[in-house]
Design a protein around this ligand. Structure first.
Ligand code: PLP
Ligand code: COI
Length: 343
């Protein structure tokens, strides 16, 4: 296959796939401190075969995007929130967190170096940014590494779910993604490996993805393997699950704010029982990759609940989407501190 370049790529048909853009950021933690990071053209990594990341999953990551505005600027959406969350993830796995200010500086540096790969305004595509941190070195016992690499690569992406903003059907999984007092609330590799089987079973049956229930009682909606869940009641309340074992989604907290302050909706984070989903007229998945993906139906143990906004995106989901995406692409004024322009 010929290598894609910013000149040959068809931005409007991009899915969520990796393309090597040629420039990544790498920093190494050695001898008890972070060495200065630098850009690298090498998209491969090399490490000891005994590295804790390879055996025990000592790894965490983040996901955020850079957006091209109508004026041609490139902007980031709330990177400080990703920096904070990655610190929490690192701490939970006893890893050396990469300092938050350096995290943000690294994002700016790598996006700037790959500026040609930020999709043009109006194509709907954006530049996905993947910071990650892993433990390496010669360790065989179950214990944390003494050496770490923090790295960032970028890749241009379109929609995560193949039908984009069309409502999609989801399947409630019989598996758990994370344990009640486990690592569900941090963005660590193991959570994702353990969601593969559920995701495959859902996709094999024609569903967009799996929805996980709470691992203690299996009665409440937790989240999707790649995104948080929301529902809209007929009284226009934006409801999203509260749970200690889901990822605190930056998109969710942004939409809670948008729903309340810009759309005048009531919002609530609370336990969402699966047998009460008929209170919702609209539902969706929300996350950096998923953006807002409307949910047409939820199937569990052979029974399907259809939302009334089944064939086309419901009006509130549509308004939330327009407001969020408008802010991200610079068409709508952002709340203070949400946007950083790449200089
Ligand atoms: N839940 C999971 C499991 C995720 O992987 C993601 C993606 O990062 C989200 C939720 C959404 O989080 P965010 O909005 O911060 O991207
Ligand atoms: C993101 O939305 O950034 C994610 O990390 C989801 C994903 C697992 C692709």
């Amino acid at each position: 296959m010929t290598k894609q370049t910013p000149e040959t790529i068809d931005w409007s048909t991009l899915g969520f796939n990796y393309i090597d853009t040629g420039m990544s950021f790498r920093a190494k933690f050695r001898n008890g401190k972070w060495e200065p990071g630098k850009l690298s053209k090498d998209n491969t990594v090399r490490m000891s075969e005994a590295s804790p990341v390879l055996h025990y999953g000592q790894a965490c990551f983040e996901g955020l995007k850079a957006y091209r505005t109508k004026e041609g600027d490139i902007q980031l959406f709330r990177p400080d929130q990703n920096a904070k969350r990655m610190k929490k993830s690192a701490e939970q796995l006893l890893m050396e967190a990469y300092p938050e200010d350096q995290f943000i500086a690294a994002i700016h540096q790598v996006v700037k170096a790959n500026a040609d790969w930020v999709p043009p305004y109006g194509t709907g595509a954006s530049l996905y940014i993947r910071p990650f941190l892993y433990g390496e070195g010669d360790i065989i016992g179950v214990q944390p590494a003494k050496k770490y690499t923090f790295s960032v690569f970028v890749t241009p992406v379109g929609p995560y779910f193949k039908d984009g903003l069309l409502p999609q059907a989801f399947l409630v999984s019989e598996y758990d993604r994370a344990a009640p007092r486990g690592t569900g609330a941090v963005k660590v590799g193991g959570n994702y490996a353990s969601s593969y089987l559920a995701g495959k079973e859902a996709k094999d049956q024609g569903f967009a993805d799996a929805i996980f229930l709470d691992p203690a009682t299996h009665t409440k909606i937790e989240e999707i393997g790649s995104s948080n869940f929301f529902g809209i009641t007929k009284d226009k309340v934006f409801v999203t699950p509260a749970s200690p074992s889901i990822l605190p989604s930056i998109t969710k907290y942004s939409l809670l704010w948008i729903a309340e302050k810009r759309l005048g909706l009531k919002t609530v984070e609370k336990e969402v029982y699966l047998d009460e989903i008929d209170q919702f007229v609209e539902a969706g998945a929300m996350g950096t990759a998923a953006v807002i993906t409307p949910i047409s139906s939820i199937t569990y143990q052979g029974k399907t609940h259809l939302f009334s906004a089944e064939k086309e995106t419901g009006p509130i989901t549509q308004s939330l989407y327009e407001e969020l995406v408008g802010i991200q692409f610079g068409d709508i004024e952002a709340p203070e501190g949400w946007i950083q322009i790449i200089q």
